[in-house]
Design a protein around this ligand. Structure first.
Ligand SMILES: C[S@@+](CC[C@H](N)C(=O)[O-])C[C@H]1O[C@@H](n2cnc3c(N)ncnc32)[C@H](O)[C@@H]1O
Length: 204
């Protein structure tokens, strides 16, 4: 998924902004580049950690591959800050609730038992990630869980304007500690051994 996304972004000099993904041709090209991603590992982990009764919100759903898996067994609402991604998915799946939401501000009066994302929050600046974490705690019900993946490493990179912030396990623990109790945090392999981190945490 991400490899295709890198190639896509570096080859056409994408700017990771709402306006870039408002263009339907860019979204369609992204869909083609990530067509072989099945999201099954993410789905298996989700089922392992999130109770089936939990109502979930996805941040940064993109083409909705993870959403398609998760909605087989959960009541889930999809969201992205790109209206085009949201609209494209909605057109194909009118029965699924989709919202246009920025992962930083999550402007919704609705409350959820789980908020999840798959390789989205690394696009936020450190300041925006802190704001997002605080907001996620507000949007969650009591005992609510978060389920997020990150790229493992240190520092940040900028691919033609698109931010990639890398985190080590200890750094993530520190960031989430004020509002969340870590339930599970471990590395996994997306492309290379230990290149990614899965974090599951409960609202304090
Ligand atoms: C790697 S894709 C996610 C793919 C998705 N998990 C799937 O199942 O196909 C990253 C997504 O994050 C979204 N995104 C990036 N920054 C965001 C933000 N601040 N708020 C909401 N969505 C954001 C992008 O529009 C893009 O759709």
């Amino acid at each position: 998924m991400i490899q295709g996304f890198f190639v896509f972004c570096t080859s056409i000099k994408c700017i990771m902004s709402e306006s870039f993904f408002e263009k339907e041709e860019n979204v369609k090209q992204y869909l083609e580049m990530t067509a072989d991603y099945d999201g099954l590992w993410f789905y298996e982990q989700f089922k392992k950690h999130i109770p089936p009764s939990y109502k979930a919100l996805e941040l940064g759903m993109g083409p909705g591959k993870d959403l398609d898996n998760i909605r087989q067994s959960y009541h889930v609402v999809g969201s992205d800050f790109s209206f085009t991604f949201a609209e494209l998915y909605k057109r194909q799946h009118p029965e699924v609730k989709i919202m246009v939401l920025d992962a930083v501000t999550i402007k919704t009066p609705k409350r959820f038992n789980c908020i999840y994302s798959n390789k989205v929050l690394h696009h936020l600046t450190a300041k925006d990630l802190s704001a997002s974490i605080q907001r996620q705690a507000q949007v969650l019900e009591k005992d609510g869980l978060i389920f997020h993946t990150f790229w493992k490493g240190t520092g940040e990179e900028n691919y033609e304007g698109m931010l990639f912030n890398y985190y080590e396990i200890e750094a993530l623990k520190e960031l989430f500690d004020a509002s969340f109790e870590i339930v599970h945090i471990d590395t996994y392999q997306e492309f290379k051994e230990d290149d990614s981190i899965l974090l599951v945490a409960r609202k304090k």
